[in-house]
Design a protein around this ligand. Sequence first.
Ligand SMILES: Nc1nc2c(c(=O)[nH]1)N[C@@H](CN(C=O)c1ccc(C(=O)N[C@@H](CCC(=O)O)C(=O)O)cc1)CN2
Length: 297
Amino acid sequence: MTAAIIDGKAFAEELRARVADAVPGFAAAAGRAPGLAVVLVGEDPASSVYVRSKGKATTAAGMLSLEHRLPASATENELLEVVRLLNADPQVDGILVQLPLPAHIDEAAVIAAIDPAKDVDGFHVVNAGKLAVGDRSGMVPCTPLGCLMLLKEQRGDLSGLDAVVIGRSNIVGKPMAQLLLAESCTVTIAHSRTRALSDVVRRADIVVAAVGRPEMVKGSWLREGAVVIDVGINRVAGAEPGKTRLVGDVDFADAMGHVGAITPVPGGVGPMTIAVLLRNTLVAAHLRQGLPVPEGI
Ligand SMILES: Nc1nc2c(c(=O)[nH]1)N[C@@H](CN(C=O)c1ccc(C(=O)N[C@@H](CCC(=O)O)C(=O)O)cc1)CN2
């Protein structure tokens, strides 16, 4: 069996185009463009790249992009003060604090300080709680929502399918499981303490791997025809000395002979994260203005 490769990059481009198409309608009704503020603390190279990409994508969609950069030495209170100012700024619809934060800052306290209506990451407990109780009015985390979009595009109705999510983070694993449950999948969350992990994974029609361990999931772990969504973005040594390459949590070449469809790394889930962020910002802007959210985004 040769697997279909799920083209997240192409799907993300389409979603970004749909969001951009809806921006002028919002601007005409609200008298302003939707606004997204991204806050970066420190100079982590990967985070700096993601923040720059978010800014460019926001501007390209016709939205207002605001960037706040604080030094790695910034205190928690200094960051909280920035969040307070952004909460009060009427031109800001979405606030995103880039993670991870330096170790001396309490991530949970910072997320808790963001106005839930502007929490386009969907990490605030109000939004996490809404997702858990099936209240669709909240913001949904970008990466899991992007994974769900790719899954539905590939498989259509997911009802009754067995899904295994490997990883239990608040950012990906838990919200992913909630989204799959809402689609009436039978959901298992596997993690570092799960016994006989390969046997658990082999039962699944859908596998979402979000553990951050390079190529951990092998082809023999996967059921014939399964749909595999690889959230891992791991930088490993390349073939040439001094060079690196990106791999996922799934051994892609090995999996290809077993599964029905799989996302590549790069070019799978990653681009969806930023596309969904734009979508969430547009949704937040409509809700804050009391406007109906456009169909199809
Ligand atoms: N506040 C948040 N922080 C972080 C999030 C998040 O959703 N909210 N997610 C990640 C990082 N991230 C966005 O912030 C992100 C990761 C990866 C990609 C992406 O497009 N990856 C490419 C490869 C890029 C490369 O070459 O390095 C791909 O997979 O094709 C976009 C966004 C952690 N922090």
